[in-house]
Ligand binder design. Structure first.
Ligand SMILES: *[C@@H]1O[C@H](CO)[C@@H](O)[C@H](O)[C@H]1NC(C)=O
Ligand SMILES: *[C@@H]1O[C@H](CO)[C@@H](O)[C@H](O)[C@H]1NC(C)=O
Length: 206
């Protein structure tokens, strides 16, 4: 009789010991979002709304602690990533245009591209500033402007690529330009999707 009581007491203690930490860790994750929650948020957002989810995820996950689960910071950070990369593409175009002995047609295509990419930088910068103060009654108008400018930035990247689509004179330069411009076009396409997503999340709020 006594041993079975002891056994029950022991079993109860064990259950308590094992269940207490599990319960407390559950309440900790629900009340205080962890880094994993932020990473998961970026992943589902990228895979739910962008055309290049892998690129989206890999370029944004490093900013998880800044973005947390904010659709606004997600969109703004995506614009920033696109801007930083577009700026480097612009510097690359300058270097390419100065390669000694380059065919005049390739130099011309590179300089056209540099101009397009420069416009894209300007549009992305404007978009980041605008999304920063978008709010209140002007929210829809501000977001509609941002959507217009980011679409324009994407069109500029495509126009640059078109210039090189016809340019078969220098295969090596064409390949370098294509690789970099395609990347910024994809980043910009992703940023546009996340901007649209932010605009619609806010619009659906009561
Ligand atoms: C992604 O889509 C799924 C299925 O539609 C939905 O349940 C989930 O909430 C979405 N996640 C985000 C972060 O939008
Ligand atoms: C954009 O990204 C750079 C590099 O990560 C960072 O230094 C800068 O503060 C960011 N700008 C904004 C407005 O988030």
């Amino acid at each position: 009789m006594e041993t079975s009581f002891l056994g029950l007491a022991l079993a109860a203690t064990l259950i308590l010991q094992f269940s207490t930490p599990i319960n407390s860790s559950f309440s900790a994750t629900t009340s205080l979002p962890s880094r994993n929650t932020y990473i998961e948020y970026i992943k589902t957002s990228c895979y739910n709304s962008t055309f290049y989810p892998k690129l989206c995820y890999h370029t944004l996950v490093i900013y998880a602690s800044t973005i947390k689960t904010s659709p606004k910071l997600l969109a703004k950070t995506a614009l920033n990533v696109s801007l930083i990369n577009t700026n480097s593409a612009s510097r690359l175009m300058i270097r390419v245009s100065k390669i000694p002995g380059l065919e005049p047609r390739v130099v011309a295509a590179t300089l056209d591209c540099l101009e397009e990419v420069g416009d894209s930088v300007y549009e992305l910068q404007r978009s980041m500033e605008e999304i920063g103060h978008a709010g209140g009654s002007d929210f829809s108008k501000a977001m509609s402007d941002v959507e217009t400018w980011v679409s324009a930035a994407l069109t500029d990247d495509d126009t640059c690529l078109d210039g090189f689509a016809e340019e078969v004179v220098n295969k090596k330069v064409t390949a370098i330009v294509k690789r970099h411009i395609q990347r910024i076009a994809r980043l910009t396409s992703n940023a546009l999707a996340l901007v649209n997503r932010y605009a619609s999340t806010q619009a659906n709020l009561p």
